[in-house]
Design a protein around this ligand. Structure first.
Ligand code: SF4
Ligand code: SF4
Length: 292
């Protein structure tokens, strides 16, 4: 019917203008990340909580946390100056779903800018219960970091989770994590969100398992997968990071099942502009050149 056709067109346009979902879009369209979400509800073994969420961002920096109102103000300034930015997202510095401020900020922004694409990244622990809020505020592109579907493997990647007021560790934590991620992804796809999976490649733990994960997320209707190299820090400081060739080999093995994103730059949780050209890190002079 006509409504469905126009919905398909909307999705196509959204993907074509999202720099992370479309390789072609990365040079033309930008995104802004709003750092409104400081708290996290899990502990990944490769995460040092002094920095931004490594599931979407690179470490070494901590983004300044903004209030929802300040996030709206920043969005106004940035979108006015740089109209090629079409995507507004929350990617940390903790887990966006674990912070009510995420939803307050996105709601304010959607009211003011109904045409922007709202995007969010999460570890997925509370995705099933938070999905209605995502839909209510108008999020349409969603990233879930998922590193394993086998709880035995997931248990080697996380220290603990904090879930419904209780701390879980080991296999018990991993079982809850994987179950909720899979359920949340399935629900999100069914609700019409365009879903990306970020997977951190940790040699010696999940390298031989990632293809199985790719097969599973293909069944769930995930749009694209982003295999990212481990950044060695925290509990995993002594491990060896995968080489670009090792990453590529895994991406090639996953590609028959699900489209691969190969241009991720592991941005900061307050980055804006084109990916790979983070304007939050540029001098004002350089930013003004881009504006012209
Ligand atoms: Fe760190 Fe992100 Fe993992 Fe939370 S979800 S522990 S912020 S990497
Ligand atoms: Fe896109 Fe990767 Fe940057 Fe996220 S971290 S905005 S997926 S390029």
């Amino acid at each position: 019917c006509e409504i469905e056709v126009s919905k398909d067109e909307d999705v196509k346009r959204m993907i074509a203008q999202h720099p992370c979902y479309s390789k072609e879009a990365q040079h033309k369209f930008g995104r802004i990340h709003l750092a409104v979400a400081p708290k996290c509800n899990i502990q990944c073994n490769y995460c040092d909580r002094k920095f931004d969420c490594v599931n979407e961002s690179r470490p070494g920096v901590t983004s300044e946390v903004l209030s929802p109102q300040a996030a709206l103000e920043k969005t106004k300034q940035v979108l006015e100056a740089y109209p090629f930015i079409k995507v507004v997202g929350v990617a940390g510095p903790g887990d966006p779903l674990a912070n009510d401020e995420t939803f307050e900020a996105l709601e304010l922004i959607k009211k003011e800018f109904p045409d922007v694409t709202l995007c969010l990244s999460t570890n997925g622990l509370i995705l099933p219960e938070r999905l209605p809020d995502l839909l209510r505020v108008g999020v349409t592109t969603l990233t879930v970091t998922m590193n394993a579907i086998d709880p035995e493997i997931e248990a080697q990647l996380i220290g603990h989770i904090s879930y419904k007021g209780k701390i879980y560790r080991g296999l018990e934590a991993a079982e809850i994590m994987v179950k909720n991620q899979l359920e949340g992804i399935k629900m999100a796809v069914e609700a019409g969100l365009v879903v990306k999976i970020n997977t951190v490649l940790v040699p010696g733990i999940n390298d031989e398992h990632i293809v199985e994960l790719a097969q599973k997320i293909n069944e769930l209707g995930v749009f694209i997968m982003n295999v990212m190299p481990l950044i060695t820090q925290a509990k995993f400081a002594d491990r060896t990071a995968p080489t670009p060739a090792e990453c590529k080999a895994i991406q090639d093995r996953c590609a028959p099942y699900v489209q691969q994103m190969r241009h991720c730059r592991q941005c900061r949780s307050d980055a804006y502009g084109l990916i790979g050209q983070d304007m939050s890190q540029m001098s004002e002079e350089r930013r003004n050149v881009i504006k012209l």
